[in-house]
Design a binder for this molecule. Structure first.
Ligand code: PLP
Length: 289
């Protein structure tokens, strides 16, 4: 029997998300069309957006649907950096923690290599936790040059939860927008966008029982974001492209389910983890946790 354990890489789809997606795939309609089929599709997208907003503590209008976490991270890093510098040319420093996923690190490095920005890698301790003092020192010295800060909510490899409250509070004193990649936090921790004080937050469908290839950037109302994809002006004109109705519906079902059952899921997982650790320790006494 194969036991699949790598839910940090991708999760099995939730049967309700599969059912919603399959049902929607059999329907036709571009949510941007003005005729009946389009309006019906638009309603499904807007209901999905409402449900995502409710599950994530955000207003529906703050949910920008994307084709996955990587795209949402790119939109956050490039979109915030460009928009911030356009307003104030001194703001060229892009601050990211040293343990970000490549979907954050690589766009930051790309901005430095191609767009005249500077990347500042914020150090972490031996548990992968952000050194908040180092961020405070960076902001004290160069706060007026910071374009954005991106620190992930929870780490995809070792699970470290970052001190976002402290990051948000420090950033606020220097007028710097904060983005968090919450791809690994949703369904594991309480994620409330409004309460977090974040300006932008990334989520992804396939880490919570939804499909691969759909995600969202939750972006505070009024946040200046320069689009990465140009075209038909969908999604508040920051993410052009026909909205994938079936995926929107499926991610909404999956996120709602993951958030609703988070506590029982966590309890079950903790039990499984403890049993696994105990089993390994019994069989391999020299194993290091
Ligand atoms: C923390 C984190 N951010 C971003 C991503 C990328 O998300 P997606 O696979 O939806 O592009 C992942 C997936 O591996 C992740 O773990």
């Amino acid at each position: 029997m194969t036991v699949y354990l790598d839910h940090a890489a991708t999760t099995p789809m939730h049967p309700r998300a599969v059912a919603a997606m399959v049902e929607q795939l059999a329907r036709t309609g571009n949510p941007s069309s003005l005729h009946g089929a389009g309006r019906t599709a638009r309603r499904v997208v807007e209901e999905s957006r409402e449900s995502l907003g409710a599950a994530l503590g955000a207003r529906p209008s703050e949910v920008v649907l994307t084709a996955g976490g990587t795209e949402a991270d790119n939109l956050a890093i490039k979109g915030l950096a460009w928009a911030r510098r356009a307003r104030d040319p001194r703001r060229r420093r892009v601050l990211v923690s040293a343990v970000e996923h490549h979907a954050v690190l690589d766009p930051a490095v790309w901005l430095a290599e191609h767009e005249g920005f500077e990347v500042v890698l914020l150090p972490v301790d031996r548990d992968g936790r952000l050194e908040v003092d180092a961020l405070a020192e960076e902001l004290a010295a160069h706060g007026g040059q910071a374009a954005l800060i991106s620190v992930m909510w929870a780490n995809n490899e070792i699970g470290t939860v970052q001190p976002l409250d402290e990051v948000v509070s420090l950033a606020g004193r220097h007028g710097v927008p904060v983005h968090a990649d919450a791809v690994q936090a949703v369904g594991q921790l309480e994620v409330d966008f409004t309460a977090s004080g974040l300006d932008a937050m990334t989520v992804s469908g396939h880490k919570v029982g939804g499909p691969v290839g759909v995600g969202a950037l939750v972006a505070r109302r009024g946040l200046d974001l320069t689009p990465v994809l140009h075209g038909g002006g969908q999604e508040r004109a920051v993410r052009s492209g026909t909205v994938d109705v079936a995926s929107a519906r499926a991610i909404a079902v999956a996120v709602e389910d993951a958030v609703t059952h988070r506590a029982t899921h966590a309890e079950r997982l903790a039990g499984l983890r403890d049993a696994l650790v105990a089993g390994v320790r019994d069989g391999v006494p020299e194993a290091v946790l």
